[in-house]
Design a binder for this molecule. Structure first.
Ligand code: MEV
Length: 329
């Protein structure tokens, strides 16, 4: 049996802008997605996730892989919306397993996935689970991958769910630590020093793919990405200098830009204004939401949000960085 895990990720600055080539800052954080992969005596793939077991024969798994590849092509050609490519997130793990399967295999594989990363919170749950499962499967089939191969595979599989996104989630969960990413360059920064918190509403956001495509329709050619870029560079500098006031100002500026591109639900905006009134800064994490009250998670800096979070019915935890990226145990 092979075990592997990968951390959640949090974008400190530059989500959406990173899709258009602007820099972004991201951190690997706890919790982690854990996976166990073991051999089965029959030629089938079994997935155990959230207490539900699903199985596909190896041939069905390979057929599903081909169908998903076709649907993805149709999306890239503009014939399908990204929401119509994947029936359920579970398919991604069968698709991953198919990368190593042979039609004449006599043995199968069982994938037991246990992730404490909330889904749809902007915490990179899909990237973490994909990276953990891919590391375990690669090791199981005797073809361990280096970090760049794992990032490439994680990103490729994530695109079946999210469409044309950036490599930020995949890179952060595979590498771990605090990263400044600009196009193909990745700089590792020192671990985050408090006072950072994560507040989670318990409600999932819209799907990342849907959000990214809506933002693309309205803002693809916007000069806002340049402003995002300056804000992210400012935050990088403030982090390097441990400049609390600079961090607060950059996080707030980033939040305002996310509001301008329409990915901050009203209740979250109100919550963030209350934290700002107490001298802190906060921003939505990940893709955000383009409609309704779907809130996901909020990153908070500089002020303890416990009381306000309790009053809003949100959960609040001190942020815990993860220096270790995806790895086999
Ligand atoms: C999602 O975690 C981050 C986005 O920038 C999308 C992406 O970069 O792929 C919204």
């Amino acid at each position: 049996m092979i075990s592997a895990s990968a951390p959640a990720k949090l974008i400190l600055s530059g989500e959406h802008a990173v899709v258009y080539g602007a820099p972004a800052l991201a951190a690997a954080v706890s919790p982690r997605a854990q996976v166990r992969v073991s051999e089965l005596p029959k030629p089938e793939v079994v997935l155990l996730l959230d207490g539900i077991e699903q199985r596909l024969s190896i041939l069905d798994c390979l057929d599903m892989q081909a169908d998903l590849d076709d649907a993805h092509e149709a999306f890239l050609d503009g014939e399908l919306e990204i929401q119509d490519v994947l029936e359920s997130g579970r398919q991604l793990f069968f698709y991953l397993a198919a990368q190593w399967l042979q039609p004449d295999s006599r043995q199968g594989v069982k994938i037991e996935l246990d992730s404490a990363i909330p889904i749809g919170a902007g915490l990179g749950s899909s990237a973490a689970t994909i990276a953990a499962v891919a590391s375990a499967l690669a090791q199981f089939y005797g073809e361990p991958m280096d970090a760049s191969q794992l990032i490439a595979l994680t990103r490729f599989v994530e695109r079946l769910q999210h469409g044309r996104g950036s490599a930020i989630d995949a890179t952060t969960v595979v590498q771990g630590g605090v990263l400044y990413l600009h196009q193909d360059q990745v700089e590792t920064l020192a671990p985050l020093q408090g006072p950072w918190w994560l507040v989670h509403s318990g409600q999932p956001q819209c799907s990342t793919g849907e959000c990214v495509s809506q933002v693309r329709q309205q803002f693809a050619d916007s000069s806002l990405w340049q402003t995002f870029s300056q804000v992210t560079q400012g935050l990088r500098q403030a982090l390097l200098e441990h400049d609390q006031a600079g961090i607060i100002s950059a996080i707030s500026a980033n939040q305002r830009l996310l509001e301008q591109i329409g990915v901050v639900p009203a209740p979250v905006q109100q919550f963030i204004r209350q934290l700002e009134a107490k001298g802190g800064a906060a921003k939505v994490c990940g893709a955000g939401a383009i409609r309704g009250d779907q809130a996901g998670a909020v990153l908070v800096y500089g002020v303890d949000p416990s009381d306000l979070a309790l009053a809003a019915g949100y959960r609040c935890t001190a942020l815990q960085g993860e220096q270790d990226g995806a790895h086999v145990a």
